[in-house]
Ligand binder design. Structure first.
Ligand code: M6R
Length: 609
């Protein structure tokens, strides 16, 4: 999820590259770099920090280059340092590459390349690319990149340049966006449209498996076999602000729609090829420690805490270990009974939340092993924890967390199966069924997103409500908490989540004629009980929107509206059931003309206690 730009033409390349990188920086980045064809060779400049740090470094240099590539990095493999910043170069300094995405098999490739004599300078997965191109280079950069593509697996958008072919930029794409901008006597490349808008609105959208050869005189596109592809010009009619959001009205909506991709990235390489096991190579925990685990603690704030509540259910169910889940600001002051033999899981999208960091330190001081689940490489929790599992959701900009949540849930499922596998608590058949269902979730989310209009209508209908309830049992209760938080934080409608069976112990007094209730009933063994609870609120005049798995049609007898989810393993239902709740909150906020991406009184990262 980094930013890529490229330029080749007659104008000075550096200002064009920097302007393009600035236009991608709205997503937040941690390092930046460029490579230009200067004075008959390649000149490389890269720095950790915001783009301004790079700009200060090159300030005053009178570069005359007319071609080059640039990159703003959002760290995945390797901390945000000068060495890990892109571009990366080969041993000879004649080939340079920038890359978005993840090269899954980089460890094997790195070992092989080292054995072939290549010397590495960074901790990144990307650095295998210039060395592979160097290995295969026989005077034609595109041919070497084609050969490289045969060797790598994973997701990528790649730009490569070679000292021996001035003005030529070769491009490859697989599962990571790449746009080519068409100019007159000059051409542009970017990972996102905003970077192209000052120069051109005529573009080619590169498809998966395609390569492009870009020179000032033209662009040719071919497939992996080298066969030419005729591309249609895509005219961009978005304004700059719209383009930053890929045409969506708000970052939150864009991020909701990015969930299928984010989930695929989270899963990538973490399920074995035979579909039977979870691969979490990032966990370096002694199997004896896992077998002898006394207890698991999960601690986090806000949405990450809600992901932890789901985590508790699934770890207990699958791995049969007792799990406590705490809000981090409570955990740190409650003198928890915790020590060696315990596992503490801290969850934080940003990795910088003050209370979560403090909880992490508390746990480590008491001798527990700490695993962090976070989205930001090199963040404080990633550095301070014993082990880190990254969610790979890409930058999340809207204050209301959406894609971070579903990827945190995904990590919890992987971790629960991994723990179960080590402890021998799950039948192979059951394990395979869960992993198989996990792989299908991105498609299911796409199906749900296609029904946005219906949710928008429902949200519009209830937009004047003063209070709403979210009900559910078990995993549905955990998701109800998240649905209610989403609605509160962006639409400012008061909402409460309740364990459906608990309502009658007091809160039912608030349910009167016309109060909207969203009732989640996705768990087969709890379905009938939840239907009874729906009857209780219906009898008091509530208007009920039911959320159930397709096929559970009895819910239509008690709910006013029903939203069906594609059939999945019941344990995984939260990843699907949260999607209509996110959309409902979003459309309610839009209908109430609220500031969706930056709700009042809130900040994206809460770094104070
Ligand atoms: O960066 P973190 O995941 O640690 O943030 C935790 C909460 O502040 C965050 O999830 C917050 O609740 C979101 N605004 C919810 O949408």
């Amino acid at each position: 999820m980094c930013g890529i730009v490229g330029y080749t033409g007659k104008r000075p390349a550096v200002p064009i590259l920097l302007e393009g990188m600035r236009r991608l920086e709205y997503r937040g980045y941690d390092s930046a770099g460029i490579v230009i064809y200067e004075n008959g060779g390649l000149t490389l400049k890269k720095k950790a920090g915001m783009l301004s740090v790079l700009e200060e470094t090159i300030n005053g240099s009178n570069f005359t280059a007319n071609a080059g590539i640039g990159h703003t990095r959002w760290a995945t493999h390797g901390a945000p340092t000068d060495d890990n910043a892109h571009p990366h170069i080969d041993c000879s300094g004649r080939i340079a590459v920038v890359h978005n995405g993840i090269i899954e098999n980089y460890i094997k490739l790195r070992q092989w390349l080292k054995a072939e004599g290549h010397i590495f300078q960074s901790d990144t997965d990307t650095e295998v690319l210039p060395h592979l191109i160097e290995q295969f280079y026989r005077g034609d950069l595109q041919a070497a990149l084609l050969k490289t593509m045969e060797m790598i697996s994973g997701s990528y958008a790649i730009l490569a340049v070679c000292h021996d072919e001035p003005g030529r930029i070769v491009v490859a794409r697989q599962d990571s966006p790449m746009v080519l901008g068409l100019g007159e006597g000059e051409n542009f490349i970017a990972s996102d449209i905003p970077a192209l808008l000052p120069h051109t609105r005529n573009t080619y959208l590169l498809d998966d498996g395609e390569l492009a050869d870009v020179t000032p005189g033209g662009i040719t596109v071919c497939d992996k076999k080298g066969v030419c592809v005729n591309k249609e010009v895509f005219y961009v009619n978005w304004e700059a602000e719209q383009a930053e959001k890929s045409g969506y009205e708000h970052f939150m909506l864009k991020e909701i729609h990015e969930q299928p991709t984010a989930l695929r990235e989270t899963l990538r390489g973490r399920i074995s090829e035979d579909g039977q096991s979870v691969v979490l190579n990032e966990l370096d925990i002694d199997p004896a420690y896992i077998k002898g685990l006394r207890k698991v603690f999960i601690t986090a704030c806000g949405t990450a805490y809600h992901a932890g509540v789901v985590g508790k259910y699934v770890i207990e169910k699958l791995a049969r270990i007792p799990v406590e889940v705490d809000i981090a600001s409570e955990f740190r002051y409650r003198d928890p009974i915790i020590g060696p033999g315990d596992l503490v899981i801290v969850v934080s999208q940003s990795g910088e939340t003050a209370d979560t960091r403090a909880a992490l330190r508390e746990a480590r001081q008491r001798g527990a092993r700490v695993v962090a689940i976070t989205n930001v490489v090199g963040s404080s929790v990633a550095r301070e924890a014993d082990d880190v599992i990254y969610t790979w959701a890409g930058p999340e900009i809207a204050v209301a967390s959406t894609k971070a949540y579903v990827t945190q849930l995904t990590v919890f499922y992987l971790l629960a199966v991994w723990l179960a596998e080590q402890r021998g608590t799950l039948l192979v058949r059951e394990q395979e069924a869960i992993l198989d269902s996990l792989k299908k979730l991105p498609r299911h989310i796409e199906t749900l997103l296609a029904q946005s209009d219906r949710i928008a209508q429902l949200a519009d209908r209830y937009k004047e409500s003063h209070c709403m309830f979210f009900l559910g049992r078990g995993l549905d209760y955990a998701v109800a908490m998240e649905g209610s938080l989403k609605l509160k934080e962006i639409s400012y409608i008061h909402a409460e989540a309740y364990a459906a069976g608990e309502l009658k112990h007091g809160t039912l007094a608030l349910v009167v004629e016309g109060v909207p209730v969203i009732a989640l009933a996705t768990q087969p063994e709890l379905f009938e009980k939840t239907v009874s609870n729906i009857k209780e609120v219906k009898a008091r005049g509530a208007e009920v929107i039911g959320v159930a798995i397709e096929g559970f049609m009895e819910i239509e007898e008690v709910a006013d509206q029903v939203f069906y989810l594609p059939a999945t393993h019941p344990a995984l239902a939260p990843i699907l059931s949260v999607v209509p709740l996110q959309l409902f909150a979003y459309f309610a906020a839009v209908a109430r003309e609220c500031s969706v991406d930056k709700p009042r009184n809130l900040a994206k990262s809460v770094t104070v206690e």
